[in-house]
Design a binder for this molecule. Structure first.
Ligand code: SF4
Length: 301
C-alpha cells in the first residue's frame, strides 16, 4: 500500500516522510526511523498495511481508559514499528521490529473488514489501535477505524501523540476515545525518547479541545528521570491550563524493561503525583502498575 503523507523529488530518488515530526529522508530501498515505511523505487510504502503483529480482546480498562464504555471489551490491534526511541520501552518486542525478519514473514494478512468482523464475533464494543505506535500504521489504522464506525463500533487510539498536524487532522476525527502518553517535561523527550514534547502536547490539545474527543492521559513515572516536583508541576500546569481539570490522568509505575536500568517506581512516588494532581483540582486520577501488599493493578482515586 502506498503511504499517505510523503513527497519525492529529492536527489537519487529519495523521499521524505511527512507523517511525524521526525520527517525522515529515506533513500531508495531503506525504511525510516520507524522501520515500517519504505522507499520502493521512489514511492513510500506502508509495509504494515493489513499485517497486524498483535490481535487481542482486552478489557477497555487495560488501554487504559477508565471512563469510556467502562466494563466493555475492545478488540486491540497493533503492528511492528514505532516513531519514538524510548530507552525504557515496555513493548520493544513490537516497537523495534520492521517487516524484514522471519517473524514478520509469518504475520497473517488481515483486512480492516476482517478486524471488525472479529471484534463483533468476540462481542467487543470498540476497536483499539494500540500496543505499538498507531501513527506508523496510519493507513491501516484509518481503514480499521472507518470500518468500525460503519458497523457502529467505538473507536480507540492509544498513542504517543507524535504526529504532524496534517495527518493528525485526517486521523484523529475517526477516534472517539484516546489515551495519549505524556511521558515527561523538561528535556525528557530529547534525552530518553529521541523526540520532542511540543507535538505530543498539541495532539492532546487538538483531540480534546478542537475535536471534543474523550481523552485520558498516561504519565509513566520513572525514578530520577521525570518524577521531580518541577517536572510534575510543569505537567500539571499544562494539563490544567490547556486541557482542563476534568481531564482523566493516569500515573503509572515503571518496571525495568528494554535494557533500561532505572529502579522500579516506588508506590509513594505515584501516590505523591496523585496528591499533587488532586491539590490542583483534578478529580479523575488513576494509578497504574502499582503493587500494594502483593496485589497488582491500578485503582481509581
Ligand atoms: S512515520 Fe516513520 S518514516 Fe515517517 S517520519 Fe516518522 S519515523 Fe520517519
Amino acid at each position: 500500500m502506498e503511504a499517505k503523507f510523503w513527497h519525492g523529488g529529492l536527489e537519487q530518488n529519495a523521499v521524505q516522510c511527512d507523517l511525524c515530526p521526525r520527517r525522515c529522508v529515506i533513500a531508495e530501498g531503506r525504511t525510516g526511523f520507524c522501520h515500517v515505511r519504505r522507499n520502493r523505487a521512489g514511492r513510500l510504502i506502508a509495509e504494515t498495511w493489513e499485517r497486524p503483529a498483535a490481535l487481542q480482546v482486552d478489557p477497555i480498562e487495560k488501554k487504559p481508559l477508565a471512563f469510556y464504555r467502562p466494563g466493555t471489551r475492545t478488540f486491540s490491534v497493533g503492528t511492528f514499528g514505532c516513531n519514538l526511541g524510548c530507552r525504557f520501552c515496555q513493548n520493544d518486542h513490537l516497537s523495534r521490529h520492521g517487516m524484514e525478519g522471519v517473524e514478520a514473514a509469518k504475520l497473517p494478512v488481515v483486512s480492516a473488514a476482517q478486524i471488525v468482523d472479529l471484534a463483533c464475533r468476540y462481542q467487543c464494543e470498540s476497536v483499539a489501535l494500540t500496543y505499538n505506535e498507531p501513527t506508523v500504521f496510519l493507513e491501516y489504522g484509518m481503514a480499521i477505524l472507518q470500518a468500525a464506525r460503519e458497523r457502529k463500533l467505538g473507536t480507540v487510539l492509544v498513542s504517543n501523540g507524535y504526529i504532524e498536524a496534517a495527518p493528525r487532522r485526517e486521523f484523529y476525527p475517526l477516534v472517539e476515545a484516546a489515551n495519549i502518553d505524556v511521558k515527561g517535561f523538561g528535556s525528557f523527550y530529547e534525552s530518553l525518547c529521541s523526540g520532542t514534547l511540543p507535538p505530543v502536547l498539541e495532539s492532546c490539545r487538538y483531540f480534546k479541545r478542537e475535536l471534543g474527543g474523550h481523552l485520558e492521559i498516561t504519565n509513566l513515572l520513572i525514578p530520577g528521570c521525570n518524577d521531580s516536583a518541577e517536572q510534575l508541576e510543569a505537567f500539571l500546569d499544562w494539563a490544567a491550563e490547556e486541557l482542563g481539570v476534568d481531564t482523566v490522568l493516569h500515573f503509572s509505575a515503571y518496571f525495568p524493561a528494554g535494557g533500561f536500568r532505572a529502579p522500579a517506581t516506588p508506590a509513594e512516588t505515584v501516590l505523591r503525583a496523585c496528591d499533587m494532581a488532586a491539590a490542583r483540582g483534578f478529580e479523575r486520577i488513576l494509578t497504574g502498575n502499582l503493587r500494594l501488599r502483593g496485589v497488582a493493578g491500578g485503582g481509581r482515586k
